[in-house]
Ligand binder design. Structure first.
Ligand code: ZN
Length: 121
């Protein structure tokens, strides 16, 4: 992310800091910020797949594939909203979202309400 340095060369000049950890960017060990926002199709043009998978030790997760985001921040916000909606933990990796438990019905409803086309497989 580009930051303006309004006070460059004055006592108020500060090195840019990371939005995530608050450290100066040369100290930061976070993932690099995503490049400039890319264009992603609107929800109605994103074809998602949702399915429930059994994992080891009898754990069940609901997997959503195909979500596209223009930047990391909106992806994080979206994951948080899914977890909130289901009251469950979850994570995302690339375009795969995993929410703990069988949340397929809740997630289908939520994604449909946001305008996505979802197929249940
Ligand atoms: Zn950082």
């Amino acid at each position: 992310m580009m930051m303006m340095r309004l006070f460059q060369g004055t006592p108020w000049d500060r090195l840019p800091t990371c939005d995530h950890c608050g450290k100066e960017t040369d100290q930061c060990r976070c993932d690099p910020p995503s490049p400039a926002t890319t264009t992603v199709p609107p929800p109605e043009n994103q074809k998602l797949q949702i399915r429930v998978e059994k994992r080891r030790k009898g754990k069940t997760v609901t997997v959503i594939k195909g979500l596209q985001f223009g930047d990391l921040e909106s992806k994080k916000t979206f994951l948080a909203s899914l977890k909130d909606h289901c009251g469950a933990g979850g994570r995302s990796e690339n375009d795969v979202f995993e929410i703990q438990g069988d949340q397929s019905q809740k997630l289908l409803n939520l994604l449909a309400a946001k305008g996505y086309r979802v197929s249940h497989c």
